[in-house]
Design a protein around this ligand. Structure first.
Ligand code: NDP
Length: 316
């Protein structure tokens, strides 16, 4: 009898979708139960969120073939080290584009039109004494998207329906996008009054939005971050919000989740969400299914469905 292969899980990964389906064929080994006795059986890792899948972890798993990352952002997986070891890394692109774009528009409108603040005003009984004060508007603004990728494009499509001009920044112009491109984020921040950040996290984009970009955005400026907390210099953002050198921020992501600096809680010009961009039953189920389908494909000797860029998989 051949010993069963195992899938290592770095934490809960959609139990009802991922773990239930994989359990039929593999032993499931939670990270804390990994030992010399079971490491050799591990052929795949299913991972999500904070735990780092790094060289040291992969080095303990001589038969590892695939790391299936739950989420399109895989900044906690060392995909370069994986490639060096011949290990495939997959993520869950596209199935969450529309969901995250919906949330981004919701967060933008909530921030500009102060929707949570107005809700609190009503609940606090303040409407009985006075109307809610007039507030800022989306009208007359230009939105700059930082990262015109899969999700950025879905956000741009929605913004078109809101009749606001959209421009974008990335490392290069997108061939299929007719909007104005800025090679310099600083120049774009100067020209727009809303920045929507939706680039990948990791070392390359760390503090891409820094004090200088926030200063260029200016006192009427609004920052929406749905990317990763690391992309924005959080201390600089706090200072800018407190000093009103920018108008407001809408944040779905933070530098050290779930620890949000308490200074944010006192700000009436920030809308704060607990990283809920893709968190619906519909989309999380589709993401979980893609993790399963990638692992099963690779273990059946087929091509991974959605390998990340660093994975040297021969493209057909
Ligand atoms: P894509 O890879 O499709 O798009 C990323 C875009 O960012 C590309 O257009 C790329 O363009 C640009 N980019 C990459 N690196 C840089 C850089 N150093 N400077 C400037 N621009 C850069 O990714 P997705 O749209 O699928 O996802 C984007 C990110 O959104 C994910 O990596 C994840 O971190 C985050 N996300 C957050 C969610 C949430 O719940 N809040 C949910 C889902 C995703 P170019 O290569 O030309 O520079």
């Amino acid at each position: 009898d051949q010993a069963r292969l195992a899938v290592l899980t770095t934490g809960p990964v959609m139990e009802d979708v991922v773990e239930r389906q994989l359990a039929g064929r593999f032993d499931l080994v939670p990270l804390e139960a990994l030992s010399e006795a079971n490491a050799g059986a591990v052929c795949a890792i299913a991972t999500r969120g904070k735990v780092r899948v790094d060289e040291a972890l992969m080095a303990r798993l001589p038969n590892l073939r695939i790391v299936g990352n739950f989420g399109v952002g895989y900044d906690t997986v060392d995909a370069v080290a994986a490639a060096r070891r011949g290990v495939i890394v997959t993520n869950t692109p596209d199935v969450l584009n529309e969901e995250v774009a919906d949330l981004t528009l919701g967060l933008l409108l909530a921030t500009v039109r102060q929707i949570p603040q107005a809700d609190r005003f009503l609940r606090d009984g303040k409407w009985l004494k006075a109307a809610y004060p007039l507030g800022p508007t989306l009208r007359g603004r230009t939105v700059g998207i930082v990262g015109m990728g899969r999700i950025g494009k879905a956000i741009a499509r929605r913004l078109e329906a809101f009749s606001v001009p959209v421009v974008y920044h990335g490392r290069r112009p997108q061939p299929d996008v007719a909007l104005t491109y800025y090679a310099s984020l600083l120049d774009m921040a100067r020209d727009v009054s809303v920045l929507v950040v939706i680039v990948p996290g990791g070392a390359q984009t760390r503090h891409l939005v820094d004090a200088a970009v926030l200063a260029a955005l200016g006192p009427d400026g609004i920052l929406i971050n749905v990317a990763r907390g690391t992309v924005v210099d959080e201390a600089a953002l706090l200072r800018a919000l407190e000093a009103r050198t920018i108008l407001a921020a809408g944040l779905d992501v933070f530098a050290d989740e779930p620890n949000v600096p308490e200074a944010f809680f006192a700000l009436d010009n920030a809308v704060l969400l607990p990283h809920v961009g893709s968190s619906t039953h519909h989309t999380r189920t589709a993401m979980g299914q893609l993790v399963v389908d990638n692992i099963l494909a690779v273990m059946d000797g087929k091509a991974p469905l959605t390998p990340v860029a660093e994975t040297p998989w021969p493209k057909a």
